[in-house]
Ligand binder design. Structure first.
Ligand code: TLP
Length: 346
């Protein structure tokens, strides 16, 4: 039980006491000089977990995706993405501005491009069109409600891209949620793709950071882009230390967040005027459609806040609730009670 029930995002998780301890004790050096042993440990551990040759610690998921796009593409190329993807919607147009690439969004059912859609989106050789430089996929899928795509589905999409000579980047900000939900090693999801970014700062509860994993050659080039973007971080082992705890201690417990999201989703689905697609509640995100529209959504957000439940609107008539380590079963009951009170007046 916490003072506030904060369902706005799993990015709001506080570092654990073990993380703070590891941060205080971390052995550090200048990482731009390649001399931070704790960063090197996190990068090696990440690469091992994802079955890749090398890793690169970066400031954020946004920076990880941008660096990956920059490393894979050259100006004038096109990046095939899902219409609701984070890289297309929530990364401030970094790839078009800095990488000078064009985004090619396609609408999907659950957030996942099918092999056919990828085949259709990849440009033919033609003087008029931008050549396709990259396919970018997202797992779990944030705006579709934390949905998971299997390693086999990932492989099918990657095969089509690779056949056309196009690399694939996986925005795996919450990849470990998918791994835990489907009971598969994270490496199974990463194997078919060329690069992957995952965040230690979300459900895994570290305060800062993401890791890009890929081939040694890819990571070497990515390291240069990181420097260009101002992401060379010196004695950053103090942050990487928390990332190591995140990977070693915080993965299995994601199942609790998934169980809490399930209970929250099922409870909300029973309330009048709210719609939850329970089939999409596969991990730690619940998307809630508010049938009465924008004003009712704003009312719910304010009413929840008055009851010490923090939620936020996602578009005019929807809300997103995210479970994480700092939300326990009792907090879920409190959140459901707040929604029950507010919707009972409708
Ligand atoms: N997502 C944040 C917000 O930006 C929406 C959140 O609260 O969920 N990929 C995916 C799929 C993400 O959900 C996010 C963050 C990122 C990349 C970017 O990571 P950060 O926030 O570390 O830049």
């Amino acid at each position: 039980m916490h003072d506030f029930v904060d369902l706005r995002s799993d990015t709001l998780t506080q570092p654990t006491p073990e993380m703070r301890e590891a941060m205080a004790r971390a052995e550090v050096g200048d990482d731009v000089w390649g001399e931070d042993p704790t960063v090197q440990r996190l990068e090696a551990l990440s690469a091992e977990r994802l079955g890749k040759a090398a890793g690169l610690f970066v400031t954020s998921g946004t920076q990880g995706n941008l660096i990956s796009v920059l490393t894979h593409t050259r100006p004038g190329q096109e990046v095939v993405v899902d219409y609701d993807s984070h890289v297309f919607n929530n990364e401030v147009a970094g790839a078009p501005i800095i990488g000078q690439v064009q985004m090619r969004p396609t609408k999907t059912e659950r957030g996942f491009l099918t092999p056919e859609q990828v085949r259709d989106a990849i440009r033919p050789a033609n003087i008029h069109v931008p050549p396709t430089g990259l396919v970018c996929i997202e797992n779990t899928h944030n705006r579709h409600g934390g949905t998971c795509c299997t390693p086999e589905e990932t492989a099918a999409v990657a095969a089509v891209a690779h056949e056309a000579g196009v690399p694939v980047h996986l925005d795996g900000a919450r990849l470990f949620n998918a791994a835990v939900a489907l009971g598969r090693p994270a490496a199974d999801f990463a194997r078919p793709v060329d690069s992957v970014t995952f965040c230690v700062s979300k459900g895994l509860s570290a305060p800062v950071g993401s890791v890009i994993c890929g081939s040694a050659e890819f990571i070497e080039r990515a390291r240069r882009w990181r420097k260009l973007l101002g992401g060379g971080m010196r004695q950053v082992g103090v942050l990487a230390a928390a990332g190591i705890v995140a990977l070693e201690r915080m993965v299995e417990r994601l199942a609790e967040d998934h169980a809490n999201a399930r209970r929250l989703g099922e409870g909300l689905a029973k309330l009048p005027g709210l719609r939850v697609d329970l089939a999409s509640v596969q991990t730690n995100i619940v998307i809630l459609r508010v049938e009465r529209g924008a004003a009712a959504t704003a009312e719910l957000v304010a009413g929840c806040a008055a009851r010490k439940v923090k939620v936020h609107a996602m578009g005019p008539a929807a809300m997103r609730c995210v479970t994480h380590k700092d939300v326990d079963a009792e907090d879920i009951s409190r959140a459901l009670q707040a929604f029950r009170e507010l919707t009972s007046r409708w």
